[in-house]
Design a binder for this molecule. Structure first.
Ligand code: ZN
Length: 121
């Protein structure tokens, strides 16, 4: 059994972007994506030049041309949040977790409390 609860922050997501992007597109550095004037290699170099400890998500999005790699979305409500709680196991070979925001956790907690009150009556 691995971790079953941990916090996932947008900073962690941002810090992982250069490596994730390079893994996905690095094999064809001269290839081009949706930005017709910029090659994969140029985008990789620009991402690697960022200080991902401090840069904004917008700075990353600007290089890539969309927000897909900096999103940190709650699996229950779909909102893009700075902090989520990851529930479940992080296996190398399978995705068995949910990333949940504070609002949804709070609602879930209320639902559970109400159910417990009802269950004992
Ligand atoms: Zn949520």
């Amino acid at each position: 059994m691995t971790e079953t609860m941990r916090v996932v922050t947008r900073r962690e997501i941002i810090r992982s972007v250069p490596a994730r992007f390079e893994m996905q597109y690095g094999k064809n550095r001269s290839g081009k994506l949706w930005k017709a004037t910029v090659t994969h290699g140029e985008m990789i170099d620009a991402l690697n030049a960022l200080d991902t400890k401090t840069c904004t998500a917008e700075a990353v999005d600007e290089i890539i041309g969309n927000k897909t790699l900096t999103l940190n979305e709650c699996d229950a409500c779909g909102e893009n949040k700075d902090v989520l709680l990851r529930l479940g196991e992080e296996l190398d070979y399978d995705v068995r977790w949910w990333d949940i925001c504070g609002d949804c956790l709070s609602k879930a907690s209320d639902i559970l409390s109400q159910s417990q009150e009802g269950a004992s009556k």
